[in-house]
Design a protein around this ligand. Sequence first.
Ligand code: UTP
Length: 294
Amino acid sequence: MQRKVTKAIFPVAGMGTRFLPATKSIPKEIMTLVDRPLVQYAIDEARAAGITDFLFVTARGKSALADYFDRARDLETALKEKGKTKLLEELEETNMQSGTIAYIRQDQALGLGHAVWCARRFIHDEPFAVMLPDDIIHAERPCLKQMVEAYADTGGNMVAAMNVPEDATGAYGILDSDEARTGTSVKVRGMVEKPKAGTAPSTLAVIGRYILSPDVMGHLERQKAGVGGEIQLTDAIAREVEEKDNVHGYCFEGTRFDCGTKIGFLEATIAFGLERPEFRDDLSAFVKKTAEGL
Ligand code: UTP
């Protein structure tokens, strides 16, 4: 029987150079979409999928991220005294149960694969999720929940996948697989990280949600640096394809925003702002008016 996925790794030790100069002093994961930091969206998605243990792989300069998860008792007391019940409820919803969230440091930014490997003692021999908080997925059913449900049938390893334009394949890990319908999974024959122009096996790109077998940690242990001189998670998952033929791409329902880039973050801000009933009318009128004036 397939084991439940209860642990998630959040690798957040990257330097965030595409968001400089902001990331000189702010970890990109706590930059806010409307009023919630990116990392809160990822935590909410993980909780909705049944995750109960959370591990952040952080680095020097990221302490604001750990501070965010500290319970703000002074604020709670002040809101209670002022009778601001709704705000208090919103704040309390972000509280993590004691002992469920942990932090480990990646001492050198050697790549996503290395960051995941830093969490090996946390996962023991259980399947685990990996979530990249700068990939924000707007979906009716949270993306990781969709994957956990599909994974209950497939087992093995599962990566979230979406179609990208052909000229964008060089920026992603790309699956060698057949086309898949939204909301279904597809067997993966191979994976290649950031393929050179004209060599991509498909246009199905891997984005920042994974459910992985603990055996991936063993591959990462032996993994040499790949594209960009970094230890690539894609290469370790590709080993699972070669050795066990047990990797699936899951074509999630929803829209993904790459909030690690400035344009992705701007688009997400507008999309999430328009979704809020209290901002919808004013914001859409403003966006329309501003665009017309260009
Ligand atoms: P990115 O490729 O987005 O790199 O990493 P980055 O450093 O965050 O951002 P740029 O490219 O410099 O703008 C994908 C994910 O892997 C994590 C990042 O924090 C991000 O969540 N990562 C990357 C690590 O944790 N450690 C690494 O050594 C590299």
